[in-house]
Ligand binder design. Structure first.
Ligand SMILES: Nc1nc2c(c(=O)[nH]1)N=C([C@H](O)[C@@H](O)CO)CN2
Length: 120
């Protein structure tokens, strides 16, 4: 299996269950792993044989600007579905974390895996 990854994505978005969170953007961190069955990109050296992480990032920025979520779970689910349906990834792992939200906690959030993990 090959993994295309996007690590420590920082976005300022409106997210949260409380009224005050609906008014002020907050910085979240997103980490993504996209599993591919042994992709041909390594041999072909052609972007069409893999998943373009730049294109994934552009879609995430777009969707985060367009849609607001209450829960980090909902944002993670939305991103996982987008990557699987629009980019044809069989397996994806997405984590969404809020930073410094609770005293004494560096990050808190959710990590999800969706789809079938390709065999090695
Ligand atoms: N499992 C979750 N718990 C909580 C969430 C969440 O998105 N998922 N969100 C909040 C609030 O928005 C919080 O971030 C504000 O302090 C609380 N718990």
């Amino acid at each position: 299996m090959d993994i295309v990854f996007l690590e420590e994505i920082k976005l300022d978005i409106v997210i949260g269950i409380y009224e005050w969170e609906r008014k002020v953007p907050q910085t979240i961190r997103i980490d993504i792993e996209i599993g591919l069955p042994h992709s041909r990109g390594g041999e072909s050296d052609n972007i069409v044989d893999t998943i373009d992480y730049g294109a994934v990032m552009a879609r995430i920025r777009q969707t985060a600007a367009e849609q607001h979520f209450s829960l980090v779970e909902a944002l993670a689910e939305h991103i996982a579905t987008l990557i699987r349906t629009e980019f044809g990834a069989p397996w994806v792992k997405v984590s969404v974390a809020k930073l410094g939200m609770l005293r004494g906690v560096k990050r808190l959030g959710i990590m999800i895996e969706r789809g079938e993990r390709p065999s090695a």
